[in-house]
Design a protein. Sequence first.
Length: 368
Amino acid sequence: MKEIVVGSVAPAGRWGAAAPPQALLERMKDYGQEGAFALWDELSPEDRELLVRDIEVRPMRHGWGARAEVVCALQEESFGFAPEFSLKMANAATHTAFQSLDLSRIDRIIRRSLGSRGLKLPAVEPVPESGVSKVEERSPEDKERWWKKGLKAISEGKLAVVLLAGGQGTRLGSPDPKGCFSVGLPSGKSLFQLQAERILCVQKLAAQSSDSPSNIVPIHWYVMTSPFTDDITRKFFESRKYFGLEADQVTFFQQGTLPCVSADSRFIMETPYKVAKAPDGNGGVYAALKSKKLLEDMSARGVKYVDCYGVDNALVRVADPTFLGYFIDKGVSSAAKVVRKVHSNISHAPLIGGFTVSPNYVLFDSQL
């Protein structure tokens, strides 16, 4: 994890005393996290203030029940029901961004993780054939119909794109956000540029297929960043003039974070006065969209369909008209485009117990 330098020093205040605030210390003990105060005696009054601010538990604007409702409501709207699996996992999949540490929620996540060790997993099984449509088996007429239907929806401004771009490029050998990475093409284009140019191309195709070829309707691009990538991502777009897109058709929003924990479930400290944190995964998109009122923003723009994808997919067909048309034609609430595994060693998300799952992990500096 890239160390964050605190740019300003908090004034000495209420926590310059010889001991941590008793109520907070007792609460940390309740969850076995009192080790966060291990270096308290060595900290300056200013650093003590920073530490308490970092972990102090304040009343949450929304309790756990409200956060669960966000995910379950979205799934009920998409699938027609809220699976019991979601009720179990929603706590780990949602997070209200920029709140102080929710110790009870974090403790539940840790306990669930530890409790699952050694348990027998539900059966790993293939996706039911009834839920799969193979492009190579469809007629040219079907593909043409989907293509036109998708372009029509795009030309009417009904499609928005959500990009999951909160991850850092650590595994790619880059200190920058993943989207800034060049995959080695002769053009040297970054992932962000490839995807932006795809949006530009689809916009033009949609306009050409409409009754008003000169009227290009922009596809709004919602780019989810994290506290670790937001500033660099914004500057990357600005310095490259949004790769030809209009600046007002790109909306940046940040996902939340979760604290990093060691193998024995203790908080890892980034500095003596700061708990190490990492982005809360792709699942954080639900609460982030909700907390930033972006669902309302989409509605106000007339958006009816959302194309969501991960930034590190170099082959992604952003705003694919054929897939969108297929989706509309089927009259379903959600769909996913996948490729077939060519051998069992590929780490693609499997179907377990009736749900597609994918593990998330974070790489951080070994010095921590």
